[in-house]
Every structure is written in C-alpha cells, then in structure tokens.
Design a binder for this molecule. Structure first.
Ligand SMILES: *Cc1c(COP(=O)(O)O)cnc(C)c1O
Length: 641
C-alpha cells in the first residue's frame, strides 16, 4: 500500500495521528480495544491490556482476498472473553473490598445477541466464573437450556410464560441445570403452583418487581407502576400469599428488577438498588427463603467517550457499578441481620457491544458545487448581480446579515423562475452564487467561537454526501429507530487530514436510510470529517460498538440481507479465522418473501423467448440478460466493489 507516500503530497498542513485520535475520540470510546498505529490504520487489541494487536485495515484486505466482501461484520471473540473477565473481575474486587460474604454469578441476556457462535463462545468463556444465561422468551429459553453446560451456572427464566415454558424450565433441574423461574405476571404464580404439584418438583422462584425508581432516557419507562413487566407491590404481596397457601413460599428465593438499558447516570442505579434491597429484606421477613438478588441490565456503554450522563455515554465505570451494588446489599442485609444474597446481573450491552466491528466502503460522493463563481455577464438578470455583490462583500463583521440577504435573493430567483421571468440557466447561476456565499460564510463561522443558531445548519446544508455500501435498516437499525449513536470513522488514512465534512447515505431508496448524527464530546455532530476519495482506491469506514441488539433487529428493507460475518481469534503470532457466516444471497432474501428463484428465472426465460420470436432482442442480448439475472440471484445483496 502506498498510502503514506501519497499522504505527504496531499496534505500540505501537518496532520498527526494524534489529531485523528482527538477528532474521532477513539481513546474515549475505544480503550482498551481500539487505537491507531503509525501507519494511520485502526488497530484492534482484542485482549485489551493483555497484549497482541491486529491492523484492522490489513485484516480487511486479507479477508477480501478470501472472498469476504464488504459490508463485513468482524467479530473478535477475544473481546467477548475480555468483557466477561472484566465484569467478573470488577465484582470480585468489590466483594473483596467490602468483605461481602456472598458471591456474584452473572448471566448474559440472550436477547442482546443470539447468534449461535457468539453464545457458544460466551458459555465457554464464562465457565471459570459460572456465568449463566438469561432467557427473555420461550424460544430463548430453549436455546439457553440446550447450550448452558456449566455446573452451577444460573439459567434465569424471564419473559411471558405458558404452562409448557414453566414445566420445561422446572424439568431442566433434572438435567443438572439451575433454572430460576421469575414471576413476571401474577397469573404465572398459579401456573407455577400447579406445575410444581404435578411434577413433584420444588422450583426456585423469583419475583420481578416494578420499582418506582424511574430510569431516565430512552428506556425510562421500563420502570414504574405502568411498566410492561413485573409485579406491583400489592401483586407481590398477593404472590407471597398464594405461595404460602400452596406451601411453596420456601421456593421464593429471588428478587429481580430491570430498570432499562443504557443507564447513563449512576445515581439512578443507586436509587434502584436501594429500593430493591428494601423489598428484598421485606420478602425475607414475610417468610420467603431469599437467596438471590438480580439487578437486571442497564450497565451502560460509553459510545461517545465523554464519560457524562449524556444518553450515548455514562458517568460511571464498571467498577463503580459493582461497588455500589455490593456495598448497598451488604449494608441492607447487615442492618437486618440477614445473610447476603448471591448477586446476579444481566449485562447484555456491556458484554456484547465491543466484540464486533462493521466495515463498509464508500461507493461515491456528492457535493454542493464549490469554488469561486463567475462574475455576472452583460445582460444577466439583476438578481444575479445582487448575489454576486453579496458574495463579494461577505466578511467577518457582516456574514450573518449577508447570509440572510443571500437566502432572500435565492428565494427571489426561484419565484422569478416560477413566474417565467428567469431562464433555467439563470436560475442555475443564481443557485451557484448562493452556494458560493454559503461556502464563504461557513469558512468564517468555523473560525468563530460562537456560531449564531440560525447558521448552525449551514454545516449540514453544505455537507458532502458519502454513499455507503450498507443498509442502515439491516446493520444499524437503532440509528434509524431510536437515534442511537455509534462511533464511526475511517479505518485507514488517519495520518492524513480529513478535509471533507459529510453525512452518510445508505443503499436503500428510503430517505431515512442515512446517518447524519455523529458522536462528539459535547452533544452530537451533524457531519463527520472524512477524506477525499482517491480514484481507484477503496475507502473503508468502520462502525464500532455495535455488537448488541443490531443484528437481530435488522430488517430486510429494500431486500438487503444479512452481511457477511467472520469470527477472528488472536493467536500468539497472528490470528485465525474461526467461523465464516456468509451473508444472504439474493435467492435467500427473495425466499423470505416467498419468491422461488427457479420460477423467476423461468419467467425471464419465457419473456426472452417471446422477445426473440418478435425480434425485439438478439440472441446475444438475451443470453447476457439471463446470465446476469442468474448470477445476481446467487450473489450478495450488496454492491461489489
Ligand atoms: C434487555 C434486558 C437486559 C439487558 O439489558 P442491557 O442494558 O443490555 O444490559 C437484562 N435484563 C432484562 C430483563 C432485559 O429485558
């Protein structure tokens, strides 16, 4: 690769790797897994501080040689392992620090990423810590039951349950599993009582409480009396009564709560634990044989690296989180002379986000015209002269006022065009001059400390559009659905100044299929700094921290299917490709909507035959058409570069 050579020629201003680090905030969100090397490429250290790293750009090139085209999802199983180690280490440290006379036994919520290879890795990596699984539905419980083979690890059974779900979970204890059945609906109490009687099994039961502690942000409504899941306090009392009447109160051993995902503020977590620990103590006083407290999910990921309580960040770290849980429980139990519970957490996002990176290429760009415009010609409309004069007069004092003038003249040019007074070529000249004014004003505002509100959109208006070989709906649905922010940056040319400011437009023909919100230290940026494309050279972008929730929520909008995915594991000398999961072909995607590719080919063949008979097509043309059609069906749904 001759990138570093061309760099020197292209960017006269000096641009160091540190400039890219600051610009893309990679240290903030990427540590300890992602950084930039001297070649200006993103590197991955899948084992965190424990050593070994890979050049991501070179890895992508090597994978492309193995026919793994972009877009490509790369999973680093070592990162997954590191996340599990880290979470368990934080709880171990907190337990030691506070002399907590109990244990931590985490579980992974399957809904966060259900891919088989990932779950198999996770169960394996979790063995030393008796790390278990949490199922949020019947199908997830079926997976968890089959996959979890760690003695002593917990199988938390959440979600809506029918009799079959409950019986299966109870019988799982006969297979050596430790299923904990969490009562989420008051009706489930009787179902459990009946199943227990019939099977003669004393299950471990839990209660999911609706806390009054209100989460904040996107999932704030996951708690409170009107939350979708869990029992209200009166219902908890009713459940205790029903279990006591059935002589099963001893089975009630767990209290569970979940206050929503991506909790940005530590005080919300503290409040919830405080409330839950009080309920826990009371349940023990009511006669339940309390042994477990499950704090649910919510442990946040710092997507923008700002360490704040902004929704894309969090103002605490994993150790603070563990400390608060351990300390609060120890105190609450000591106060009432109760043995402390085994602590359970159900962190999904914090475990699965970092392990995958989505790599995609840029297909092309489009810009508003830039550069110096032509002065007005003899005989051109007065409006063009006004715009020219405005353009010429713009300076640091008057830019705000002249921005309004330019906008007004452009509006006027359009109304004159609509009245038939202005010709199309003149309208083009007027619009060109307007863009030139905007460009000049934007250059001034970028140097200002304070940008007037009305000029804030200028950056967006003047942004380049980078067309990306990706479907946001398939690969980053939360960007579209809930305005989630993921760090996005080029994975190479980072020793070169990115001189363009761009928004990203995806392959779908949906105007929502774009990304125009990017992480920033303060709030959100509306444009992303990117490099000029070089003819004949690919330009790769990476989307990071997207290993949680995106894959399964992705949809087939415009029939773009699953991307290629590959599992990479670090070896002492290099890396090995553990699994390759080929993305959908067109035949597969069309099958989801009930088209049979053989039928489709047959239909095209028939049309070709008729066209040949009618002499509307030559035999060569029809051959070419059929060949393209058949080939496309067996190929990737994305564009090949
Ligand atoms: C979704 C969910 C989780 C996972 O939450 P994260 O914020 O991703 O850790 C845990 N528990 C329950 C009950 C959930 O519904």
């Amino acid at each position: 690769m001759s990138l570093s050579r061309t760099t020197r020629e292209d960017s006269p201003k000096s641009w160091a790797i540190e400039n890219s680090e600051n610009l893309y905030r990679i240290e903030g969100w990427g540590q300890p897994y992602f950084s930039i090397n001297a070649a200006g490429h993103v590197t991955v250290s899948p084992k965190g501080e424990r050593g070994g790293s890979l050049d991501l750009f070179e890895l992508v090139n090597a994978l492309k040689l193995r026919n793994l085209g972009l877009p490509l999802l790369i999973r680093f199983s070592d990162i997954l392992e590191d996340r599990i180690e880290r979470l368990n280490a934080c709880f171990a440290k907190a337990i030691a620090r506070y002399n907590y006379p109990g244990a931590y036994k985490g579980v992974y919520p399957v809904k966060c990423n259900q891919q088989r290879h990932l779950l198999e890795d996770l169960v394996r990596f979790g063995k030393p810590h008796q790390f278990g699984l949490e199922a949020g539905s019947k199908p997830e419980m079926m997976i968890a039951l089959a996959l979890l083979d760690t003695p002593g690890a917990l199988l938390i059974c959440n979600g809506y349950k029918d009799r079959e779900y409950i019986e299966t979970a109870m019988l799982a204890s006969r297979l050596g599993q430790t299923p904990l059945i969490v009562l989420e609906q008051i009706e489930e109490v009787q179902l459990c009582i009946e199943a227990s009687r019939q099977l003669g099994i004393k299950p471990i039961l839990g209660i999911r409480a609706k806390l009054s502690t209100q989460g904040v942000g996107r999932w704030g409504s996951s708690t409170g009396d009107r939350a979708k899941f869990g029992l209200t306090i009166p219902e908890i009392i009713q459940a205790v009564q029903e279990l006591r009447d059935a002589d099963l109160l001893g089975c009630l051993q767990l209290l569970h709560f979940h206050i929503g995902s991506q909790i940005s503020a530590i005080n919300v977590i503290k409040d919830a634990i405080q409330e839950a620990s009080k309920i826990y103590v009371e349940l023990a006083h009511l006669g339940a044989d309390m042994k477990y407290l499950d704090v649910g999910g919510g442990l946040g990921v710092d997507y923008d690296g700002s360490q704040t309580n902004f929704y894309a960040s969090k103002n605490y770290n994993m150790q603070n989180y563990a400390n608060d849980i351990v300390a609060e429980l120890k105190e609450a139990c000591a106060e009432h002379n109760l043995p402390v519970p085994t602590l359970i957490s159900e962190s999904g996002r914090a475990i699965a986000s970092h392990q995958s990176v989505l790599i995609f290429d840029v297909l092309g760009t489009s810009d508003v015209p830039s550069g110096a415009p032509e002065p007005p010609q003899e005989g051109e409309s007065a409006i063009i002269r006004y715009l020219w004069e405005t353009y010429q007069s713009i300076n640091e004092e008057n830019f705000q006022e002249l921005y309004h003038d330019a906008a007004q003249f452009k509006e006027e040019a359009i109304s004159r065009f609509n009245l038939g007074i202005l010709r199309l070529t003149e309208r083009a000249r007027a619009e060109r001059l307007y863009w030139a004014c905007c460009e000049k004003i934007l250059a001034i505002t970028r140097k200002q400390e304070y940008v007037p509100d009305e000029l804030e959109d200028l950056e967006k208006i003047m942004a380049s559009i980078y067309y990306i070989n990706l479907s946001v709906f398939q690969s980053a649905p939360d960007c579209w659905a809930i305005d989630q922010l993921f760090p996005i940056m080029p994975i190479h040319r980072l020793d070169e100044e990115p001189t363009r400011r761009a928004i990203l437009a995806d392959l779908t023909c949906d105007s929502d299929g774009k990304i125009d919100r990017f992480i920033d230290l303060r709030d959100v940026k509306s444009v992303l700094e990117l490099h000029n494309l070089k003819p004949g050279e690919p330009y790769y972008l990476g989307m990071f921290l997207n290993g949680a929730y995106q894959e399964i929520m992705g949809n087939l909008h415009n029939l773009f299917g699953d991307t290629n995915a590959v599992h990479i594991q670090l070896t002492p000398k290099a890396y090995k490709i553990e699994h390759v999961v080929k993305g959908d072909t067109m035949t597969e995607v069309l099958g989801y909507v009930q088209y049979d590719s053989e039928d489709l080919i047959e239909q095209i063949r028939r049309l070709c035959e008729q066209a040949l008979l009618d002499k509307r097509i030559t035999i060569q043309e029809s051959q070419r058409l059929l060949q393209n059609y058949e080939q496309s069906l067996s190929r990737y749904t994305y564009l090949s570069s």
